[in-house]
Design a protein around this ligand. Structure first.
Ligand code: NDP
Ligand code: DGY
Length: 329
């Protein structure tokens, strides 16, 4: 048949992905899918072998996509589709040079990630994990006026570093808690900040004046290590630091120092360096540090939608048609 005669495109998927994504790939009938069918990351050697001769690669943020992977794929590769909005794991210049297209998943995970950021902020500021632990361990003896007190959002100043899609969605959710001032920093002032009465300020002002510092920028050479000793030393001693962007935006040794010395009140992290964070990491010994395993976008629905979008990006890339979400390089 005509169908049978048509050459199937070869795509490689680096992990077991939600059904919604697999369904898109199989029902299209245009590609031969090979998948690393596991919840654990594909070993590097397997990835290099699997991608060889592929027209499309569907990857995760835990896969480092560099020259070695691109060379292993060879000239057949037309598209890389990542199951994430962040693309700091991909050698952008290399794929641009080779004319490979890039698909990603903006917008569809904005609400889930903003919601998780608010949950982490409240959990950290109001010391929820500590409280839960005290109940379980018998540390709860009676109601005590001075026990397990934390910080509230009402009347506070919140600083958002990176008022992008997720940063704005975080600001929208925090405002109704009675936030008095909403500051943000970034390369440019955003017209959409008006909606949250956001003030575009220099980073120094944000760090110095905020009661809550929330990091929601992308990881770039400018933001790598942005939150270091100098940064934490400018924060108020009652301030709470939250990071849901990427781990390497933070210097973790400096954060440990700031938290253990009382330089800042508490920190909540959804992202760390490395991931997973080793269980003997010093940050895990601190009561005023709440660490989550990179679950910002982890709702069933969002992950299903991300999988379908990344599959549709992949298909469009191998077919040479318009992608639903292409990152223009
Ligand atoms: P956007 O591109 O919409 O937002 C990124 C923002 O970062 C931009 O507004 C940009 O603002 C800002 N930015 C870049 N450089 C700087 C800088 N030097 N200082 C301050 N701000 C800066 O992306 P999203 O909001 O969709 O996603 C943001 C990031 O969140 C992703 O890149 C990813 O790393 C992370 N993420 C984490 C998740 C999790 O599970 N924890 C889930 C989803 C995303 P400007 O251009 O004005 O500088
Ligand atoms: C992303 O998409 O970049 C997140 O880190 C995971 O959803």
């Amino acid at each position: 048949t005509m169908q049978g005669a048509r050459q199937l495109m070869k795509v490689y998927v680096t992990r077991r992905i939600p059904q919604e994504g697999l369904k898109v790939l199989t029902e299209a009938g245009v590609c031969k899918v090979s998948m690393w069918d596991s919840d654990e990351p594909v070993p590097r050697a397997e990835l290099l072998k699997g991608v060889s001769g592929a027209h499309g690669l569907l990857c995760l943020l835990s896969d480092r996509i560099d020259t070695e992977v691109l060379d292993a794929a060879g000239p057949s590769l037309k598209v890389i589709s990542t199951l994430s909005v962040g693309f700091d794991h991909i050698a952008i210049n290399e794929i641009k040079k080779r004319g490979v297209r890039l698909g990603y998943t903006p917008d569809v995970l904005t609400d889930a990630t903003a919601e998780l950021t608010v949950a982490l902020l409240l959990a950290t500021a109001r010391r929820l994990p500590e409280g839960v632990q005290e109940v379980k361990s018998g540390g709860w003896s009676t109601w005590k006026p001075l026990w397990l007190c934390g910080y509230g959002l009402s009347g506070s100043t919140v600083g958002v570093i990176g008022l992008g899609r997720i940063g704005l969605a975080i600001a929208r959710r925090l405002k109704p808690f009675g936030v008095k001032r909403l500051l943000y920093s970034g390369r440019s002032a955003k017209p959409q900040a008006a909606e949250v009465e956001g003030e575009h300020v220099p980073l120094d002002t944000l760090v110095t004046e905020s009661d809550f510092v929330v990091v929601s920028c992308s990881l770039t050479s400018d933001t790598q290590g942005l939150c270091d000793k100098a940064f934490f030393s400018k924060m108020k001693s009652n301030a709470v630091f939250i990071n849901t962007s990427r781990g390497t935006v933070v210097n973790q040794e400096d954060l440990y120092e700031a938290l253990s010395s009382g330089q800042i009140a508490a920190a909540g992290l959804d992202v760390t360096t490395p991931e997973p964070l080793p269980t003997d990491h010093p940050l895990l010994t601190l009561k005023n540090c709440v660490i989550l395993p990179h679950i910002g976008s982890a709702t069933y629905s969002t992950r299903g939608i991300m999988a379908a979008l990344s599959a549709n990006n992949l298909l469009a890339g191998v077919m040479g048609t318009a992608m639903p979400s292409e990152l223009i390089l």
